[in-house]
Ligand binder design. Structure first.
Ligand code: SF4
Length: 324
């Protein structure tokens, strides 16, 4: 069953530079569905709109970012809620308890002048009336389940290593057992050893709590490890979506082929080719298929018409005229 349905979502940055108004089409007509108990990955180059998408999904929309159309419907069991039409007070109630967010940098969540205990108290206190001794037991037990010593509660964020801070952030985002967890590049700033630990932690939490994850990262290796299905984003649009195994074995969109073809493989010394050229400016994206200036298969129709995302079977969808 779907816990999140996004339909025709448009979220643009309306900016003014030296008096000239520009519209940056960061999320342009995006539709997707996330099922219960699955990790849904979103991949793509920096600047493709994936971080904006996850911000909008968490209801963090502040000018110049503006939602211009579409729906974001969460299913919380007994109710369907379209968060694009919610007032900020109602959004606050949903956030953390039903939908939580793990941001790119742990310092974006942890207040540098508050001890970790105080931050946990602030988070939990908004949603649960809980006595002091019960709060201590709840937090200490949860930290110990995640393999964190209770001493972290006494620390200020700067006294912890980057990996430890990220684990604390993950603990904060998951302690109330939310139905949906939105994670934006949760492993990007970490070295590979710490990254592995954080990947295992996320896997374990999802397996035990059975929540749905939306995992945004440009790192395809992280997707192989974690995601059940992946959507590939390019220039504000989803260009391919499939089960993880299928997308790695049989990528259909030329952009996805480049992304997967450029990954290093142990023992394979052949030259890896990355995507030629640079991503377009989202304030003036190319006509037709937005990938056409970088695509070796581009034909006339690609410059004129934008391909729609079509189902080619077995939950594999692609937006490319080569596959229609
Ligand atoms: Fe290339 Fe055309 Fe497919 Fe776009 S629609 S990816 S330009 S072949």
């Amino acid at each position: 069953m779907a816990v999140l349905k996004v339909k025709d979502l448009k979220a643009y940055y309306m900016v003014s530079i030296y008096g000239i108004k520009r519209t940056v089409k960061a999320v342009d007509n995006v539709s997707l569905k996330v099922n219960e108990n699955e990790i849904f990955g979103i991949a793509g180059e920096s600047g493709c709109g994936k971080t904006t998408l996850v911000k909008v999904l968490s209801g963090m929309v502040k000018p110049p970012l503006t939602v211009l159309g579409g729906k974001i419907i969460y299913n919380f069991g007994d109710q369907n809620v379209d968060i694009t039409s919610l007032q900020s007070e109602k959004l606050r109630k949903i956030r953390w308890e039903y939908v939580s967010y793990i941001p790119q940098g742990s310092m974006n969540v942890l207040n540098p002048v508050r001890r970790i205990r105080k931050t946990f108290r602030d988070f939990i206190g908004v949603h649960r009336k809980i006595k002091k001794e019960n709060f201590e037991t709840l937090v200490e037990e949860y930290l110990s389940v995640l393999g964190l010593p209770k001493e972290v509660l006494k620390a200020y964020p700067h006294q912890l290593s980057g990996g430890m801070r990220q684990r604390v952030t993950i603990a904060l985002a998951t302690i109330l057992n939310p139905k949906v967890i939105l994670a934006d590049e949760p492993t990007t700033a970490l070295d590979v050893v710490v990254q592995r630990g954080v990947i295992q932690l996320l896997k374990r939490i999802q397996r035990e709590q059975k929540n749905a994850f939306v995992l945004v990262t440009h790192d395809m290796a992280v997707h192989v490890n974690l995601s059940n299905r992946i959507a590939i984003m390019y220039a504000g649009k989803i260009v391919e979506e499939a089960k993880t195994n299928d997308i790695f074995k049989n990528p259909l969109h030329p952009y996805t082929k480049y992304l997967i073809g450029s990954l290093p493989r142990i023992g394979d010394k052949s030259h890896r080719v990355s995507v030629p050229g640079a991503p377009p400016a989202l304030s003036s994206p190319p006509s037709g298929c937005r990938f056409h200036p970088r695509c070796q298969y581009a034909k006339d129709i690609c410059r004129k018409k934008s391909p729609t995302l079509v189902d080619v079977g077995d939950e594999h969808k692609v937006a490319c005229f080569l596959n229609i």
